[in-house]
Design a protein around this ligand. Structure first.
Ligand code: UD1
Length: 373
């Protein structure tokens, strides 16, 4: 590539789970002088705890551009990001735009790029919950349809994509970049994080809860039901709950603060990456409606109860430690009791979740561009 131009890649991120995924990809790109990668932050997440803490913990370089969009309705947020990102792309004209995950920023940036005829790479393609009430499902479906490189974390994603008419030569099974970050940070989290001392927790003596999906938190009845289901676990083991800002607002708005307290659920502010990783690593079990946490607990071999009716990550159930329990109080009670008796799922690590996914992504891109030039 000596006399050739570099491959200019714009990596777009916006929300908390994106940061965890982009960190290893940027590092992998840095190892190849043929690649010039630039980071753009849409500003979908902007709080210190939701954004800055992750850049610090994962040593992500400062973004070249911050679009500063912030919160709003889905259409407003998606539209604003598209317009601002388009303006940037028109100036910069990269060879490729890379997006990760399934948040509004993912779809908005992919759509802005494809309309300017800039190829798009989607990392974590092909996951399907088959529930279109979830904004993330719509974001995934549409982003995959307009992407040129679909990097997948497990083989069933290929089945989903093929069913939707995606050509096989666009699909690359590379593994899971979220696990690259986890593997890289595990030792550091162990050494640096003081979260257990600060919260006065002993390893394996507590459960961790995360709950922030709109479908379980935006409706008073559903949120009440979710807290009731979690209470069944809290009767058996202390539950620690780092609260996402959207859920914190809803709990207050719906007058559910007392319910949280009476169920002995210990609410704390959202944590940074290293603290949360340490908290999860030493938990007896995790209760969650997040996607990424189902994957992380599988690799950490910590039992996970997913508080949803379905998962877009079935490999965490078939191979990992995940059990989908919905908001069924009885199921949460039964599964918690089982785990506390030492009969929780042990699981195994899915193929290619080995900490080297980002390097595979870089090499696929290099090979493809080498052929084109
Ligand atoms: C987004 C993603 C979700 C992901 C989650 C991780 C979409 C559709 N959803 O959900 O898939 O799991 O991020 O956290 O993109 N807020 C703050 N400070 C912030 C960010 C948000 O206070 O830094 C509050 C605001 O009230 C905002 C609400 O949270 O309106 C929702 O934020 P938004 O970015 O729309 O979606 P998330 O729920 O964070």
């Amino acid at each position: 590539m000596k006399n050739r131009k570099k491959i200019r890649i714009v990596c777009a991120v916006g929300a908390r789970p994106n940061f965890v995924k982009i960190a290893p990809i940027l590092k992998a790109f840095q190892r190849y002088p043929q690649i010039q990668a630039t980071l753009v932050h849409t500003g979908q997440h902007y709080d210190r705890a939701m954004s800055d803490a992750f850049f610090r913990d994962l040593k992500i370089p400062r973004p070249a551009v911050e679009l500063g969009i912030g919160s709003g309705s889905h259409a407003w947020q998606t539209g604003k990001i598209m317009a601002a990102f388009e303006e940037y792309l028109l100036k910069w004209r990269p060879d490729l735009v890379l997006v990760v995950g399934d948040v509004n920023s993912t779809l908005a940036c992919a759509l802005a790029a494809v309309k300017l005829h800039i190829p798009v790479a989607h990392v974590e393609a092909g996951l399907r919950s088959f529930n279109r009430m979830m904004p993330e499902e719509v974001n995934r479906l549409l982003t995959d349809q307009i992407s040129d490189y679909l990097f997948i974390t497990s083989p069933e994603a290929e089945t989903n994509l093929r069913r939707e008419g995606v050509r096989p030569e666009k699909i690359f099974f590379v593994g899971n970049v979220m696990i690259d970050s986890l593997k890289k940070s595990a030792v550091l989290a162990e050494k640096r994080s003081r979260v257990l001392q600060e919260l006065k927790l002993k390893p394996r003596s507590y459960a961790v809860l995360t709950l922030h999906r709109p479908e379980s938190t935006d409706d008073k009845e559903m949120l009440g039901k979710a807290l009731e289901a979690v209470a069944a676990a809290a009767e058996r083991i202390p539950v620690v709950y780092p609260v996402h800002p959207r859920t914190a607002k809803r709990i207050e708005e719906f007058g559910l603060t007392e319910r949280l307290r009476s169920a002995s659920i210990r609410a704390i502010p959202p944590l940074g990456y290293l603290d949360f990783l340490k908290l999860m690593t030493h938990a007896r079990l995790v209760l969650t409606d997040s996607g990424g946490i189902q994957e992380e607990t599988t690799v950490l071999q910590v039992p996970c109860l997913t508080l949803r009716n379905e998962t877009e990550r079935p490999v965490t159930v078939t191979e990992g430690t995940n059990v989908v329990v919905g908001l069924d109080r009885g199921k949460v009670a039964r599964e918690t009791a089982k785990i506390l008796k030492g009969k929780g799922k042990k699981g195994k690590i899915p193929a290619l979740w080995d900490g080297r996914a980002a390097g595979r992504i870089a090499r696929v891109i290099l090979r493809r561009f080498a052929r084109r030039r």
